[in-house]
Write a protein that binds this ligand. Structure first.
Ligand SMILES: [Cu+2]
Length: 114
């Protein structure tokens, strides 16, 4: 019983560490070559996910999103910039959304949501 609880705890912390890695991966280090090539030009992507938190001061939202095939991203939780305030207002905490986003430099910017 103890061993099972321990294993579950290890798995949970590993998952958290992995999420952290994925966030760093956003800085291009861990991206596969094909994903990097796609990132070189501005292209649009869509992601389905749930709004986890909103920071209106920095204009970012954190999404728990499903895999994004066009970027070779696995499902993860990460922060996105939001293009403008009107769009920001559509993103409420806990809402399930489908967002359209694009890469601008190091940022991923949400340009549309439904
Ligand atoms: Cu992501």
């Amino acid at each position: 019983m103890k061993a099972v609880v321990f294993a579950a705890a290890v798995m949970t912390s590993a998952a958290v560490a992995h999420a952290g890695e994925m966030m760093k991966g956003m800085d291009m280090k861990d991206m596969s070559p094909s994903a990097m090539a796609k990132d070189a030009k501005t292209s649009r992507h869509t992601a389905k996910g749930t709004v986890k938190s909103i920071d209106s001061r920095t204009g970012t939202v954190t999404l728990d999103h499903e895999a994004v095939k066009s970027l070779n991203w696995p499902a993860m939780t990460m922060a996105f910039k939001v293009q403008d305030k009107a769009l920001m207002d559509k993103l409420t905490q806990g809402k399930k959304v489908e967002v359209e986003f694009e890469q601008r430099g190091k940022d991923y910017v949400i340009t549309g949501a439904k």
